[in-house]
Design a protein. Structure first.
Length: 134
């Protein structure tokens, strides 16, 4: 039987507050079985979190997909891929991968054979707040 623990999810709601949560399956996987897991997070303000969403698998997987809905208008001015980044270097400019086109508000990146302990995901720069006129 396989393990129930699938991935560690890091939540960083502010400049000093950090946290990590384990995500568990309802039942263990048998050899050759797979499951798709979706995690949704709603915040009262997008600025409550650091400008990235990553997953760091704790076990070997065939693939991992990270998706972000940037909204309309997008809350980011630009975005890029984080691929196999050491978790402590997520915010480093040297960790920036290929740019992501924000013309479509829903962006998803799939990573093949992610390495346990490395971070995979999407990072962005916050767009300037827009003032409503009226």
């Amino acid at each position: 039987l396989g393990s129930r623990r699938v991935v560690a999810v890091g939540l960083h709601p502010g400049p000093r507050a950090t946290g990590a949560r384990g995500l568990a399956l309802a039942e263990p996987l048998r050899a050759g079985e797979s499951r798709q897991t979706k995690l949704g997070i709603r915040l009262s303000s997008v600025r409550m979190m650091q400008p990235y969403l990553v997953a760091a698998p704790v076990r070997r997987h065939d693939h991992l997909r990270v998706s972000v809905d940037f909204g309309t208008p997008p809350f980011a001015s630009r975005a890029w891929v984080l691929n196999a980044v050491v978790p402590s270097l997520i915010a480093s400019p040297s960790s920036r991968g290929p740019a992501i086109d924000l013309d479509d508000p829903r962006v998803g990146v799939t990573f093949a054979s992610p390495h346990p302990g490395m971070a995979y995901g999407i990072a962005w720069e916050w767009a300037e707040p827009r003032l409503e006129s009226g």
